[in-house]
Design a protein around this ligand. Structure first.
Ligand code: HT7
Ligand code: ZN
Length: 886
């Protein structure tokens, strides 16, 4: 497939000032008439270039210029689009085409979702609706006219303001929307069907009142309150924190069960995957409530960072995504309020980054947050562009300080409003606001890979001086063998033996600063810091709050980690130390299994865990995250050669040992954290539920019969999904004979609710199989043939197949390679249905080289078997397979 390079950017040949779209809706065949005001782009250097309009999987009916229909030889149409020569002055172009929403299983363009029609245009879906310059730097004003049978389409929505509504003959209706803001076509949206809404007026700070609404299938109306309230909180927060107001009279959210990813920020008409929008206590867990608030916020925040200030080209994706993830992370943290609750949010965000992005950086798809090339842009909506992109923005805030960063942000918005720009626009605004040269910082935009920062300490007992020798290096990634050093914010704190913070004073300084964290910067490959004024040798607490997305080797002993886990006043680093102890304990047990030299789980980790469990000053939410076992995949990532079965056994051993040694404390904790009263997803109550379920999990893993009874009881009586699902999950992960009845009960009760069916599928996909039970592979294969599973539904695929391929390593990596053969089969089937979803599933074998040779060989064979069907592969899947085999 063709590789596209960032450096090859050329300005568009023509500009399109306005577009009038007229749709005659029909699920089998929809007709579109598109009227464009086109003119040559004065900034284009080519002489009289032809106009090329992208178009895919659509059928051209006619083309007219200024009222004259073009004849066959006057234009050219092929499978990529339409070429019209001779547009050398401003002209009116009229194009008529058709497409079939029903046949559109790729869910890109306009497609059928149940009885409704939905659109998805980012990144390149608009070309599947009509012929257009489908690139983000062509900004046009949209008028959208939608006609359809009143019975089939009682609701018809598009971007902007509803300006006209009328009944037509034959039982049809027509509506007209005018969007006042010029926008790129990827932000176009159309929704039509039998939807109902929850609506509310909302007063903006500037005195205007706006209409907010959430549109769903009728059976989902009772799941929209949290969505609407989240939207109000997001609007208020953007006003208060960033001074940004909603610029529309009307803002709508739509939810659908058929969606390729989480949600989409179409101007004024955000469309959501129902799993990121719908909640009530019966269908959503505490984490779902949090995620929905975060995603509703994210899409809303795009209104300024993405829609009003948009992208010049798709290489700049992180300009809107990294910045908007940063904004949604801050929003979620602010909604939690006090600092220790904010820290829990930061811990969750960093855990996601380490689990997904660090792995991406270590594999064949490693790329800078602004990639230099791609074959298919849909493959670059990655955790690197999103989550690492957000860390890069966060580092800028850390380096410049909150106030200066805000000045830079304001400048960025003011200067670029209404324009399609590059990442430089953001950096330049920050540089100007701070008066600082940020050119060194831009390596974060151009270099892939996670920097390793190693710190070695020397304590001079005579002079009471501590020297820190710091070295940074970044491993090679595809196409980038040598890396320049990064500019890294480097916070340093010292603790004395009572766990109190000491001043961080450089040896040459006369005065000691106040005790606490002190910010330094790393700029070169190596750095040396000499500290004085120390009453005793400190324990160092580095990279607090995860100031930089690095892998830090602070050279801390297990004892020092245990000390930090018990004492660090910085909650993030306290969690990080506990987490490190748990990871190291799993490593030790994994090694013991590989070397066949059994050893006990380190008493240090057990006592550190039990101290956290018993610490009365810690919140339940914090205890729950601090005692959560690190994922098997995260641990395995640090092994030179991954043996998923040994890691799994090591993981089980650590959890069991912690459970056994603290069994009564866990049972007491579970008892003490029962949440009474009606369900509320508040941080306090959610924290208690999380801790209770964690405690039950440890006690159950340690074989406590009382825990088993409590779990079963919880499953029967819980008034909320968090507790019910946690109980089911614990049971499904055990050998308890009662588990089958519970699973069947849950299936019967959840059968008619797609959100719940997906959770049930994930439980099946991620559970272990015990002797005498069918292997998970067989279970999953069978479930793909069930009436409640469809390969055409992305949420089903993610719940069952990604659950199995990516969250159940010891069951997926079967020694005979049958798990991989099933993966290949599914990728090929999905490839025919939905290339974007297929490519996501295809990534499950990305890191095959990291596994033991016997497994790696079989993974390679599975990749080759997909590659052998090259001619049938979509460009999306082809790129993933090609890079994996690379
Ligand atoms: N900009 C939207 C995300 C999106 C996407 C995600 C993965 C694969 C393809 C995609 N096309 C568009 C939603 C957002 O980030 O807010
Ligand atoms: Zn986004």
């Amino acid at each position: 497939a063709k590789t596209i390079y960032r450096g090859d950017y050329r300005a568009p040949t023509h500009l399109i000032d306005s577009i009038r779209l007229e749709f005659d809706l029909n699920a089998e065949e929809t007709l579109v008439k598109s009227t464009l005001e086109v003119r040559p782009n004065p900034e284009c250097t080519e002489k009289d270039p032809p106009l090329f309009l992208n178009g895919e999987d659509i059928t051209l009916r006619s083309v007219s210029i200024d009222g004259r229909e073009l004849k066959d030889g006057e234009y050219k149409v092929d499978s990529n689009g339409l070429t019209i020569p001779g547009i050398t002055s401003a002209q009116k172009l009229e194009i008529v085409n058709t497409f079939s929403p029903k046949a559109n299983t790729a869910l890109s363009g306009i497609y059928a979702s149940g009885v409704n029609l939905m659109s998805q245009c980012e990144a390149q879906g608009f070309r599947r609706i009509t012929f257009f310059e489908d690139r983000p730097d062509v900004l046009a004003r949209y008028t959208t006219v939608i006609r359809g049978a009143t019975e089939d389409f009682p609701v018809m929505l598009s971007n902007g303001n509803l300006t006209e509504e009328k009944s037509l003959e034959d039982g049809r209706r027509e509506v007209t929307y005018v969007d006042p803001f010029p926008k790129p076509c990827y932000l176009f949206a159309l929704v039509a069907g039998k939807l109902v809404s929850r609506a509310s007026k909302f007063d903006l700070k500037d005195g205007r009142t706006v209409d907010l609404s959430v549109w769903v299938d009728p059976q989902d109306l009772d799941k929209t309150e949290h969505t609407l309230e989240s939207l109000k909180r997001a609007i208020r927060w953007d006003e208060e924190r960033w001074g940004l107001e909603l610029d529309l009279k009307d803002f709508k959210i739509v939810a659908t069960n058929d969606f390729n990813f989480g949600a989409m920020e179409n101007k004024g008409l955000n469309i959501f995957n129902s799993r990121c929008a719908l909640a009530n206590p019966k269908v959503a867990t505490d984490s779902d409530y949090l995620r929905i608030e975060g995603v509703v916020g994210h899409e809303y925040f795009h209104n300024w960072t993405g829609d009003r200030v948009t992208l010049r080209d798709w290489f700049q994706l992180t300009l809107k995504e990294g910045l908007t993830v940063f904004r949604d992370q801050e929003f979620s943290a602010d909604m939690l309020g006090e600092p220790s609750a904010r820290a829990v949010q930061r811990i969750r965000d960093v855990s996601v980054l380490r689990a997904a992005q660090f792995m991406e950086d270590a594999g064949p798809m490693a790329h800078p947050i602004r990639p230099e090339s791609y074959q298919n842009i849909n493959n670059f909506y990655t955790s690197t562009v999103y989550e690492k992109g957000a860390e890069v923005i966060r580092m800028l805030q850390t380096l410049l300080g909150r106030e200066t960063f805000r000045k830079g942000f304001d400048l960025y918005i003011a200067r670029n409003d209404g324009h399609a720009v590059t990442c430089e626009a953001f950096i330049n605004a920050m540089a100007e606001a701070s008066g600082r040269d940020l050119s060194e910082f831009t390596n974060w935009y151009s270099q892939a890979g996670t920097p390793r920062v190693t710190v070695r300490r020397h304590w001079d007992e005579v002079n009471h001086r501590l020297t820190l020798n710091v070295r940074q290096s970044t491993p090679p990634t595809p196409g980038q063998s040598v890396k320049k050093p990064f500019l890294i914010p480097f916070p340093v704190a010292f603790l004395n033996s009572r766990g109190e913070e000491m001043p961080v004073q450089l040896a040459e300084e006369d005065e000691a600063p106040a005790p606490g964290t002190r910010m330094f910067e790393l700029t070169d490959e190596t750095a040396e810091f000499v500290f004085g004024g120390l009453e005793e040798e400190p324990v160092v607490s580095l990279n607090r709050g995860f100031a930089a997305p690095i892998i830090l080797d602070a050279g801390l002993s297990q004892e020092e980690l245990a000390f930090l886990a018990a004492n660090d006043p910085d909650p993030f680093n306290r969690w990080d130390a506990m987490n490190r102890l748990l990871i190291d304990a799993v490593h030790a047990q994994t090694r013991a299994r590989l070397l066949k030299t059994p050893e006990d789980v380190s008493p240090l980790v057990i006592s550190a865990a039990s101290k956290i469990l018993r610490d009365e000053n810690l919140s339940p939410a914090f205890k729950a995250v601090a005692l959560t076992m690190p994922g098997e995949k995260l641990v395995a990532e640090e092994d030179p050669l991954i043996d998923p079965h040994a890691v799994h056994a090591g993981w089980i051993a650590v959890r069991q040992a912690i459970g056994e040694k603290n069994i009564s404390a866990f049972l007491e904790t579970a008892q003490a954290n029962i949440v009474e009263g009606p369900y509320e997803p508040t941080p306090e109550k959610a924290g208690k539920r999380a801790l209770r379920n964690l405690a039950l999990g440890y006690a159950h893993a340690a074989g406590s019969p009382r825990a088993a009874i409590m779990i079963k009881d919880q499953f029967m009586t819980a008034n909320n999904l968090t507790d019910k699902l946690a109980a089911l999950h614990m049971m499904a992960n055990s050998q308890t004979p009662a588990k089958q009845d519970m699973e069947v009960d849950a299936l019967k009760a959840w059968y008619h609710e797609p959100l719940l069916i997906n959770k049930w599928l994930t439980i099946q996909a991620t559970a272990p199989s015990f002797p005498g039970e069918a292997r998970v592979l067989e279970r999953v294969r069978e479930l793909t043939r069930c009436p409640f599973f469809s390969l055409k539904n992305p949420n089903n695929v993610y719940a069952l197949l990604l659950g199995y391929f990516q969250q159940n390593p010891s069951e997926f990596h079967l020694a005979d390679g049958s798990g991989y053969a099933f993966w290949a089969e599914m990728v090929l089937e999905l490839n025919r249905i939905n290339p974007q979803v297929a490519a996501r599933v295809a990534r499950s074998l990305d890191n095959w080289r990291r596994y033991t040779p016997a497994l790696a060989e079989k993974m390679h064979a599975a990749l080759e078997s997909v590659e052998a069907k090259r001619s049938e592969l979509s460009p999306n899947v082809a790129e993933i397979i090609e890079k994996a085999l690379g």
